[in-house]
Design a protein around this ligand. Structure first.
Ligand code: ZN
Length: 265
């Protein structure tokens, strides 16, 4: 095995700290892959999945995209021999809808803003595809900033009458300048000032699990830095498309934005 830590201690720790399983769009499922001498490779299409465990039993931890259709879904597992398919079922979940009135400039983008947004979207697609080893040794995350947490994950938003992507993170209301900390050990993989997200930090927790912190007033880290759980990385702000200061925190697993609340107590 090449997990980089004692497997006995690791299994004991992780067993207590899995994210809450919820087989809905925007949720996370644990799929039993059975025993194998070597850690199997698991894929959802061409996206690698996190696989944890030991030769007795391996488990794939799979993030379900908000855009997933309810019904049967599957992953491909390669463990020696020929690949096999593991199926699971996605339950329907109806997220609520919110009508928002915002400055027309941020809905009907100018050609210049549209070009900028498209560049940024292509860049973000590369960042979110990050998959590094090892996988996290715990999934019990620390809340990145104190404040009132919204339960708006998955909210279907309509800006000035035009449907937009659903809200794919958790908003935490806090005054500008409130420290933002890392929810798990991480490597900083991207920082920047983006049109919608404002000043943003991407953190890589390993195994395809990432955090994105948006609308910051300060960024105190740079790509390549490693940070510990609870270590300050920046401060709450109101940069990008926002109506007031708050932290937007997204958690991505295998490129799917999943509900950060599943990783909290
Ligand atoms: Zn948000």
């Amino acid at each position: 095995m090449s997990l980089g830590f004692p497997s006995g201690a690791w299994s004991a720790n992780v067993e207590q700290a899995w994210p809450r399983a919820l087989a809905v769009p925007g949720g996370v499922v644990r799929l039993d892959l059975g025993p194998a001498a070597e850690r199997p490779l698991a894929m959802a299409g061409d996206v690698p999945l996190m696989v944890l465990g030991d030769p007795i039993v391996w488990t794939a931890l799979v993030g379900i995209p908000l855009s997933a259709q309810p019904g049967q879904a599957s992953i491909q597992v390669h463990a020696g021999g020929s690949p096999r398919t593991v199926t699971y079922s996605i339950e329907p979940k109806r997220y609520s809808e919110q009508q928002l009135k915002v400055s027309p400039r941020t809905v009907d983008l100018s050609p210049e803003d549209l070009r900028r947004h498209e560049r940024e979207r292509a860049h973000q697609a590369k960042v979110i595809a990050t998959f590094s080893e090892p996988s996290p040794s715990t999934f019990q995350m620390q809340v990145p900033t104190p404040g009132r947490r919204s339960s708006s994950f998955g909210l279907r938003r309509v800006f000035n009458g035009q449907p937009r992507n659903p809200h794919s993170g958790m908003d935490i209301a806090a005054p500008t300048g409130t420290p933002v900390v890392s929810p798990l050990p991480a490597k900083v993989i991207d920082t920047g000032d983006y049109f919608f997200n404002g000043d943003t930090i991407w953190l890589d927790h390993g195994g395809g699990l990432l955090s994105m912190m948006c609308h910051l007033s300060r960024i105190d880290v740079k790509p390549g830095d490693t940070v510990a759980t609870g270590q300050r990385i920046g401060a709450v702000g109101a940069t990008g498309r926002v109506t007031g200061p708050h932290l937007h925190w997204s958690v991505s697993l295998n490129r799917a934005m999943v509900d950060p609340a599943l990783f909290l107590d």
